[in-house]
Design a protein around this ligand. Structure first.
Ligand SMILES: C[S@@+](CC[C@H](N)C(=O)[O-])C[C@H]1O[C@@H](n2cnc3c(N)ncnc32)[C@H](O)[C@@H]1O
Length: 346
């Protein structure tokens, strides 16, 4: 087939990792055919540097993170020819990706080439390289692991350096004419800039951080839910939870509640299955390929409404002990505290 005739197509989705494929594979090592050091590129754009890196270091495995689907499509086309088995891409922003889908001490080298500088102070919150990011990065890097960043903006480099002060990363910065041949580098070169700012940091000590990560999710139960008037409350703080329509089949005692959960820019839209139990009350569990995050857990808590059935944590403990996934005292028993805030209307 003439490669130009496939323009607009992905050619192959094989390099595309998704949260659910990652969960099924048990993490990144399960998605690569060969073991090797893991290298990460944040904001790979059209994927040319990622593709070259994967080609020139076949003994390493590469993961690219990108928020733009159009860029990701371009990178998928590039990564398909020739096919490379040591590179995967994930359509997620860096922070939640690192937080949910990378384990401590798993990344050997992370890099970001020409990040968006967000020079306006009003947008400072959008800059990636804040202190919480460095703490997270230091946790995910292997001992002695490296972080590299190149930017055309001196101010951004200095800001990132200042943010890293006191973290478990030790940085150096240099001005350099060394070229990496990326689209944005060529763009700045054509505009007359030929000196760029290279930031290189090494992890100096390990520090665990209090990241929510993934939780061990179990069904929730409600004894007070009334399907004729079921409107669980939304939650407006991160993780935000917004409930949509509730479809209920009275004859089968089954319903679906639409939910959208956003936590640290990680968006999940799914349905919560609400099933009437023969002994009374309802069982609530997410359907489909949902990542078991704390945000989804909170959505289940809010959806289960009745304060005595919210929060599966202690119930989980009890069921773990008894070797069953049912609550120790049966559905709808009073065992757990209410939600943190904006609780359901019960
Ligand atoms: C200025 S471009 C640089 C692209 C490429 N590295 C290059 O040098 O040509 C910045 C890229 O970072 C991506 N990006 C922005 N914020 C991101 C984030 N939080 N996580 C991952 N990618 C991000 C953008 O979509 C964009 O593709």
């Amino acid at each position: 087939m003439n490669p130009s005739s496939t323009k607009g197509f992905y050619r192959s989705l094989r390099p595309l990792a998704t949260p659910s494929s990652l969960l099924e594979a048990g993490g990144w090592p399960g998605l690569f055919p060969r073991e090797g050091p893991l290298e990460l590129e944040i904001g790979f754009g059209n994927g040319e540097y990622l593709a070259r890196s994967a080609e020139s270091s076949p003994g390493s495995n590469f993961v690219g993170l990108e928020v733009s689907w159009n860029s990701l499509k371009r990178a998928l086309r590039r990564l398909a020819l020739p096919p490379r088995t040591n590179v995967r891409v994930l359509h997620l922003p860096a922070r939640p990706a690192l937080s949910f889908f990378f384990t401590p001490k798993s990344v050997s080298i992370a890099r970001c080439l020409f990040p968006i500088p967000w020079p306006n102070e009003r947008h400072a919150g959008k800059r990636i390289f804040s202190r919480p990011f460095w703490d997270l990065m230091a946790c995910r890097l292997v001992d002695g692991g490296l972080f590299q960043m190149v930017t055309d903006q001196r101010d951004l480099a200095l800001w990132a350096l200042a943010e890293a002060g006191g973290s478990a990363m030790e940085f150096g910065m240099r001005e350099s004419r060394e070229l990496l041949d990326t689209k944005y580098e060529r763009k700045w070169l054509s505009g007359g800039q030929d000196v760029f700012f290279h930031l290189e940091g090494r992890k100096t000590r390990h520090q665990d951080i209090n990241e929510p990560g993934l939780v061990d999710m179990q069904p929730h139960y409600s004894s007070s839910l009334d399907p004729r008037d079921y409107r669980p409350k939304n939650r407006s703080q991160d993780p935000t939870v917004v409930f949509g329509e509730f479809l209920y089949d009275q004859s089968r005692g089954k319903g679906l509640l639409a939910a959208k959960v956003v936590e640290d820019q990680f968006v999940q839209e799914f349905y919560i299955r609400v099933s009437k139990l023969p002994e009374g009350g309802f069982k609530l569990a997410p359907t489909g390929r949902v990542c078991p995050t704390m945000g989804v857990e909170i959505a289940l808590e809010l959806a289960s409404l009745a304060p005595e059935t919210r929060g599966g944590r202690r119930r989980r403990q009890a069921s773990d002990d008894s070797g069953t996934s049912e609550p120790a005292g049966g559905p709808g028993t009073s065992e757990t505290p209410g939600p943190r805030e904006e609780g359901g209307g019960a």
